[in-house]
Design a protein around this ligand. Structure first.
Ligand SMILES: [Zn+2]
Length: 273
């Protein structure tokens, strides 16, 4: 599932066409991505310019006017891409916004993704701070870790109301970086260290994935193959997907189990319970 860096990379695909007027909004009305917003409503975007966009955690917001925004969630397998203006619709292309220069495409073969329209000035006014924001402070984390003291660290990191944008691989990377077992209760941990590791992994993921790739991979969202450029070999990332993967620090075989309902990889030597 795309996490904050893959989502930022997806946003940048469409952002290359800020300033372009949408000529037509073509939808696939039966697609599940329209479960919260009927497909014909998207025609309101026709004749409007794509003015700006931003990402927050795992969601993106494309702005077409002071009170007109399209929110996109990629879900498990959603993908944003661009193609020529006369792009022929392909299977799983559920939304195509055509401009005179390009087609902006939302393709999703599993359809856990979704779109929403907002007619508010700032639909994201209430969202929690992202790990890369200055508001994601030691005091903020201390408050959350105290309130959720029994929550395993991995579950805390995966909680989108606390650490928006962190998903399975980033949560494992943060626990490994900290040298902490993913099931360690949050209340017993040092918020300053958790913040430092969370920001290291977040800023590193943005650098290695959103900045170093030009396009999202076309070969789907198999684990670890979202993109051509990935974090370096001294990250857990490159080892966690491999059968028989070992810890990049101490070469111990990685352990795997379900923690916080997700398949979790960790080093039994570096991350003692
Ligand atoms: Zn190790």
């Amino acid at each position: 599932m795309p996490e904050l860096a893959e989502v930022e990379l997806a946003r940048r695909q469409w952002a290359a066409f800020h300033g372009q007027k949408i000529l037509t909004a073509e939808t696939h009305p039966k697609a599940r991505i329209y479960r919260d917003c009927p497909a014909p409503a998207l025609r309101i975007l026709e004749g409007k310019k794509l003015l700006s966009s931003k990402a927050h955690g795992k969601r993106m917001l494309f702005t077409f006017g002071p009170q007109l925004h399209l929110e996109v969630h990629l879900g498990m397998s959603g993908k944003l891409s661009t193609s020529s203006a006369d792009h022929a619709i392909e299977k799983h292309d559920h939304l195509i916004l055509r401009t005179s220069k390009a087609s902006l495409i939302f393709n999703d073969y599993r359809m856990f993704g979704r779109v929403m329209l907002y007619d508010l000035a700032d639909p994201w006014a209430e969202l929690p701070p992202q790990p890369q924001d200055s508001r994601f402070s030691v005091a903020y984390l201390r408050k959350k870790m105290t309130r959720h003291a029994k929550k395993p660290l991995k579950a805390l990191l995966l909680d989108q109301t606390i650490c928006p944008g962190i998903g399975n691989w980033m949560a494992d990377e943060i626990c490994w970086k900290l040298g902490l077992h993913p099931a360690a209760p949050s209340g017993q941990l040092d918020p300053a260290s958790v913040r430092k590791a969370t920001r290291f992994v977040t800023l590193g993921a943005l650098k290695h994935i959103a900045d170093k790739n030009e396009t999202a991979s076309t070969d789907g969202f198999a684990p670890g193959s979202y993109v051509a450029q990935v974090p370096p070999k001294n990250w857990l990332f490159q080892h966690r997907w491999k059968k028989g993967g070992t810890c990049p620090k101490c070469k111990t075989d990685l352990a795997r189990d379900t923690i916080a309902t997700r398949t979790t990889a960790w080093c039994p030597t570096c991350q003692k319970p």
